[in-house]
Design a protein around this ligand. Structure first.
Ligand code: PGA
Length: 253
């Protein structure tokens, strides 16, 4: 059975001390009241080496929000997948719409990043999703297919099986607009069907597909209730332990 996952994406928020404090607070809350899903927090690079030892690895996994598309060398300011892994982090968000839109990350660049992440034992949380105009034109399926095929569909079935997907409609990220549960289910089912076509039913059934975009405690339950929604990638609501825990608790009865 595929995993249920709630992953936080802190983005460029919280200084080091604030980040450690949030990680500890969440760790305490989840130690007292164990989650029944996998929980991941993805933090700025600078926080990783301090956040990893601040949490119980059996309850909270830690990840980066990006990594370089090169192995090592003269790439000033970049952070490699190997460096991320050396902090004890286990995950890395790749292809977030903000990276695609503001930092020019193409499908080809993301393909390199995915391969380097996998080569270093990191689990990519790979983001896909359409912008508002594409949704209005009704071409969201074509958009996500192109993103999947362009960066992931050259992977072996074994490597593809290591990936977590996050469908994030760009028009819902940080806007307070959320896809309806029906919209989420419809496109998640489509995504799973393309994986089945490419890698077969077993791989498709075992792939966790998270929803992201203004997911919060008040709407998580109805989103997660859908057959093909396996959890959430959470931005704003991952910045407060109580808010984030409220989403994690959506997996409980
Ligand atoms: P949001 O962000 O929850 O603040 O909408 C989600 C994301 O960008 O991963």
């Amino acid at each position: 059975m595929r995993k249920k996952i709630v992953a936080g994406n802190w983005k460029m928020n919280l200084n080091l001390q604030e980040g450690i404090a949030l990680a500890k607070e969440l760790n305490e809350a989840l130690t007292a009241d164990k989650p029944n899903c996998d929980v991941v927090i993805c933090t700025p690079f600078i926080h990783l080496a301090s956040v990893v030892p601040a949490v119980d690895a059996s309850i909270i996994g830690v990840g980066a929000e990006n990594c370089a598309d090169k192995v090592s060398g003269a790439y000033t300011g970049e952070v490699s997948a190997a460096m991320v892994a050396s902090t004890g982090a286990k995950y890395v968000i790749l292809g977030h719409s903000e990276r695609r839109a503001y930092y020019g990350e193409t499908e080809a660049i993301l393909k390199e990043k995915v391969q380097l992440a996998l080569a270093n034992g990191l689990t990519p949380i790979f983001c896909i999703g359409e912008v508002l105009e594409e949704r209005q034109q009704g071409v969201q399926n074509e958009v996500v297919y192109k993103q999947l095929a362009g960066s992931l569909y050259d992977l072996s079935a074994e490597d593809f099986s290591k990936i977590i997907l996050a469908y994030e409609p760009v028009w819902a990220i940080g806007t307070g607009l959320t896809a309806t549960p029906e919209q989420a289910q419809e496109i998640h089912a489509y995504i799973r069907s393309t994986i089945a076509e490419k890698y077969g039913n077993e791989v498709a059934e075992n792939t966790s597909i998270l929803y992201g975009g203004s997911c919060k405690a008040s709407n998580a339950k109805e989103l997660f209730a859908n057959a093909d929604v396996d959890g959430g990638l959470i931005g704003g609501a991952s910045l407060k332990a109580a808010d984030f825990k409220g989403i994690i608790d959506a997996w409980k009865e």
